[in-house]
Design a protein around this ligand. Structure first.
Ligand code: B12
Length: 207
């Protein structure tokens, strides 16, 4: 286990920030740091499942992750050309308020030259539809961390279809538990395991 993962799992926020700064100065890639943090989040989630941690611990972990992202953000902005490569509408589906992963996806897309219409969390299907209409985006990214919200994913895809936009926009979904079965269930086009998948997908759609 790397030092960053270890400090995150110990909830030692000051030591974590020191270590992140030291590793960044030492030339570690921001994405490698994000990977370690994500690994820690998986462990934290499992301890929560086992009753060893509480919701307050999840909140603490979330806050720590966001603090580190503030440090990493400027370094993610690689500025791949100033001209926009296209627009991506992004948000976390209805009744789900997890946004750490979504925000990483947003940062990576922006760093790769895409414009992102970020609708936030707990987003109504109708709001996704309106944003796609308003922005003419060809890519819609839906984040979902809760198995209980797969229905919201499906409702959102159905709403896009009902608005007559389904052949104009490609839909990629992602978030902890998402796999190809969820893609089949909700009728999306693809799923992404990490933020880079969304960037690759958007590049392909806009190519
Ligand atoms: C932090 C956290 C919280 C925080 C969220 C803070 C925040 N601002 O987001 C708080 C405390 C609010 C929270 C609340 C709850 N949580 Co919670 N939470 C987590 C935890 C520990 C980490 C999530 C996280 O941020 N991971 C780190 C990020 C970077 O990873 P990620 O989100 O997966 O994102 C990456 C990829 O998936 C992908 N990605 C993400 N989005 C997208 C979108 C697209 C388009 C693409 C392509 C890719 C992509 O790219 C990202 C970067 O690589 C997870 C455990 C886990 N293993 O995930 C549980 C977890 C998700 N929570 C869980 C639960 C049950 C809850 C609660 C119901 C708890 C409760 N009893 O109240 C509530 C629900 C609140 C709600 N209505 O949404 C469960 C869900 C179980 C399930 N399968 O349904 C988990 C898995 C914990 C567990 N093992 O039980 N939680």
């Amino acid at each position: 286990m790397g030092k960053i993962q270890e400090l995150m799992e110990e909830f030692d926020d000051e030591a974590l920030l020191d270590e992140v700064n030291a590793e960044m100065e030492g030339g570690t890639e921001p994405l490698a740091i994000i990977d370690e943090l994500q690994q820690a989040m998986v462990e934290i989630g499992e301890k929560f499942n086992a009753g060893e941690l509480f919701v307050s611990d999840l909140m603490m972990a979330g806050a720590m992750f966001q603090e580190v992202m503030e440090v990493l953000k400027p370094h993610l902005a690689s500025g791949e050309g100033a001209q926009s490569k296209g627009t991506v509408v992004l948000g976390t589906v209805k009744e789900d308020i997890h946004d750490i992963g979504k925000d990483i996806v947003k940062n990576m897309l922006e760093a790769s030259g895409f414009e992102v219409a970020d609708l936030g969390v707990d987003v109504d299907p109708a709001a996704f539809v309106k944003a796609v209409q308003d922005s003419n985006a060809k890519v819609l990214g839906l984040s979902c961390l809760l198995a209980s919200c797969y229905g919201s994913l499906k409702e959102t895809v159905d709403a896009v279809e009902a608005a007559g936009l389904r052949d104009k926009v490609k839909i990629i979904i992602g978030g902890g538990p998402i796999d190809e079965h969820v893609v089949d269930f909700c009728g999306a086009d693809a799923f992404g395991v990490g933020a880079q998948d969304t960037v690759d997908f958007a590049k392909e759609v806009y190519a």
